[in-house]
Design a protein around this ligand. Structure first.
Ligand code: UDP
Length: 237
């Protein structure tokens, strides 16, 4: 039995690159699909939000002279591209899944609504919620906080390449120590770069726990569902 009934899984676009410098690594995609299949077989209801940083980020576009709003729109479209890639990989692995979009673009995906997402989840379908929040100046971290709260997920899982939250960046500081649990307030006070502040605040104000874990090691998603404490839990008090 899984410890969570309904989850929102956030995957970064960057992680989809795998060993590449840009775009989508098919091996990484297939590996994610097989981890997702494992927990789908456990009966977990799965909503997924995926980023677009492997293709385009509005903020870095703006630093190169792009209009910020149009750059963000390009970023949101990048999340749709990644969502279609993941949807196709999930279906190739035998799962039932669909893409909903935060901006109307039928027939690429159906327009998102909370009701549609929940109805699909209850039928055992995996739903990929693409296009972030549909608005510029937000990130997919905020998109996933928003959707996790809307679809009434038990937890928002943030799959990263690091196995949790540390006192400092463990890739730069060898003395960094990992937290098993931490509060949202401690994240602010210690100025930890877990998610952007908008996303963290949405979770804090709506009591949505965040679980940060290493998604790039095969089998880890299943371990989280089995209650193994391999990452860091963020919650109020
Ligand atoms: N984006 C946006 N609004 C949203 C979500 C995303 O404008 O609600 C844009 C923004 O430009 C962002 C890009 O889409 O840089 C890709 O998303 P993100 O940077 O969150 O992707 P990740 O870092 O997870 O790969």
């Amino acid at each position: 039995m899984a410890v969570f009934n309904r989850i929102l899984l956030k995957l970064s676009g960057e992680s989809l690159m795998g060993s590449k410098q840009y775009g989508i690594d098919e091996n990484r995609l297939a590996e994610y699909a097989s981890q997702i299949a494992e927990i789908s077989q456990m009966g977990v209801q799965i909503a997924i939000v995926i980023g677009g940083g492997n293709i385009f980020r509005g903020l870095s576009g703006a630093s190169k002279g792009f209009d910020r709003v149009q750059g963000d729109q390009m970023g949101m479209l990048a999340t749709v591209i990644n969502s279609l890639a993941l949807n196709s990989a999930l279906q190739a692995a035998g799962m039932r899944s669909r893409v909903l979009t935060a901006i109307r673009m039928e027939p690429i995906g159906e327009y998102y609504s909370k009701q549609k997402a929940i109805a699909s989840l209850e039928q055992g379908e995996i739903v990929i919620l693409s296009g972030g929040t549909g608005n510029p100046f937000f990130t997919t971290d905020t998109g996933s906080s928003l959707r996790a709260i809307e679809v009434e997920a038990d937890v928002m899982l943030k799959g990263t390449r690091v196995d949790g939250i540390y006192t400092a960046d463990p890739e730069k500081d060898p003395t960094a120590v990992k937290f098993d649990e931490i509060t949202y307030d401690e994240i602010y006070n210690r100025n930890l770069k877990v998610m952007d502040l908008t996303a963290t605040t949405m979770c804090k104000e709506n009591n949505m726990p965040i679980y940060v874990f290493d998604m790039d090691t095969p089998g880890n998603l299943k371990k989280v569902m089995q209650g193994e404490k391999i990452g860091t839990l963020v919650k109020n008090k």
